[in-house]
Structures are given as C-alpha cells and as structure tokens.
Design a protein around this ligand. Structure first.
Ligand code: YH5
Length: 272
C-alpha cells in the first residue's frame, strides 16, 4: 500500500486519461492496450504515481455514469497493477469507482470534489488509502463561467482546512491526506496566478501539497498556445510551484517535469 511519507520528493504523478476526449490534452489512450503502454512509458520516465481518470473534468465536459467510468478505468488498473509496482491513483469522485479501483489494485484516491459526494468520505475511510483533496468552485460544466473570490488563497485554504478536518473526524489520519488548490477549477487566470504566488501560505496546513498545472489553459491565456505547445510553460509553472512548497506534481510530460522540479526542490531544501 502507498505510504506518502515513503515517497521520494518531489514526486511526479503521471496523468493517464482514459476518456474519449482526452486526445485534446495530449494523447488518445482510450483503448486499454494504449493506456497501459503509455503508463509504462511514464513509469520508465520516473513517475512516482500513475493517476488514472475516466471522468473528464475539463471545463464544460459531460458527466459520465458509474458503469461507464468503471468500464474505462478498471481494465487499465488491473493490467497496470499486474505489470508494475508503481502506486496507482484513481481520479474519481464516485464512491463505487473508488472501491472497485482499490479492489483492482489502486492505492490512492484523487478526488477533485474533495470527498463531498454522497458516500465518498465513507468509502475513503473504509479503504484507508491516501487521498488528495482538491478545491473546486462550482462544477466542471459551469465552473469557468464567472468564478469569484475576495481572497482566493485564503478561501481555498479555508476550504481545504475544513475538508481535512471532515476527513479526520470521519476516521482518516493526517498521514493519509494530501491537499491541492485545484488550478483551473473555477478560477480565472488572475485567480490561478494569485494562487501560485500565494501557494506557500497553504504550507500552514502542514500537509503535502499536490498541484496540477500541466498544459492547462492559464498557459494559453498568457501565451496563446495550443494544448500541444504548452510544455515549456508547464515546466515553468511546475518549477515555481515546487519552489513555493508543492511536493507532488501532476503532469503529462513526466521526464521533463521531473528534471525541472528536482533542481527546483534541491535549491529550495538545501543550503543556508
Ligand atoms: C488537478 O489540478 N486536474 S483534470 C485541461 C487542460 C489540461 C489539463 C485545456 N485532475 C487536476 O488535467 N486532479 C485534473 O487543457 C486533477 N489536481 C488534481 N488533484 C484537468 C486537467 C487538464 C484540463
């Protein structure tokens, strides 16, 4: 079972989308064979965790049924866990998917809804695996229409603190919790920039910080680049996030990201 305190930091979490629309953010891995092959490549490149998701949470995406999500992710989790030892994270908000994924070999839950769906918190407590609690304002279908905050860092921090407490009260120990400010989830470019600039304030919660910035549209807003042209921007943001205190980076381009965040982390954590 995955132990967060045994991970080598900084850790890169490789993204494996198994959704039919995932080609638009970097590769069509919809068939289980292609997904497995891509996961193995990311492991080869040094991914510490593989994050498998069957629900598209990109802005405007349609919701998917439990059965559909299960049919996308379970074969891939089974195949990958049979092949390699790398911890597998299940990117879902659905308790039934969390349970089936862990039974199939996943050892972490990554929930963009921070275990707020009915039955999700109970599932995580039953499973006793590490969980990533992410902040989102609104729901994917509408979250980018008019996000609003007084102080985005303060509000995101307060939300995460409240979800951490809910998890602890329900029976998850602090050692199993990771927090994530949720870049791009109900945030304008300005909000995302403010969050990155103030990311270090989340260190107050004394939990590992995970960030997902890879290929996100804030890069397009700043540089006007297509999704397949965002590598350098992604690397730069990942490096800044680690400088600011992030220790797990969710990324598409594992080798490049790992190289960048290692030097950034070494500079932050060594010397006087
Ligand atoms: C995250 O930040 N993000 S799915 C749109 C893109 C590129 C990438 C338009 N799951 C996160 O990766 N889980 C996703 O280009 C996540 N943190 C955690 N914990 C969205 C995504 C993406 C969307």
């Amino acid at each position: 079972m995955l132990k967060l305190n045994e991970l080598t930091y900084p850790a890169v979490m490789g993204i494996l989308n198994v959704t039919p629309d995932s080609f638009s953010d970097g590769g069509d891995f919809f068939s289980p064979e292609k997904a497995l092959q891509h996961a193995l490549e990311m492991v080869e490149e040094g991914a510490a965790i593989i994050d498998i998701g069957g629900e598209s949470t990109r802005p405007g995406a349609e919701t998917v049924s439990v059965d559909e999500e299960l049919s996308r992710v379970i074969p891939v989790i089974e195949a990958l866990s049979a092949e390699v030892d790398v911890p597998i994270s299940i990117d879902t908000s659905k308790p039934a998917v969390m349970r089936a994924a862990v039974a199939a070999g996943a050892s972490m839950i990554n929930d963009v809804r921070a275990l707020q769906e009915a039955g999700a918190l109970e599932a995580a407590v039953d499973l006793q695996v590490p969980v990533c609690l992410m902040h989102m304002q609104g729901e994917p279908q509408t979250m980018q229409s008019a996000p609003i905050y007084d102080d985005v860092v303060l509000q995101v921090g307060a939300f995460l603190q409240q979800r951490v407490q809910a998890c602890i009260d329900a029976g998850l120990s602090r050692e199993l919790i990771v927090i994530d400010p949720g870049f791009g989830f109900g945030k304008t470019v300005g909000h995302n920039q403010a969050l990155l600039k103030g990311l270090d304030r989340l260190l107050e919660l004394e939990l590992p910080i995970l960030v997902g910035l890879s290929r996100k549209s804030m890069i397009a807003h700043m540089l006007d680049l297509a999704v397949d042209e965002r590598l350098y921007g992604s690397i730069s943001l990942a490096s800044v996030a680690v400088w600011q205190g992030a220790s797990i980076i969710r990324a598409h381009d594992v080798a490049a990201t790992l190289q960048a965040v290692r030097v950034s982390y070494m500079c932050r954590t060594t010397g006087k």
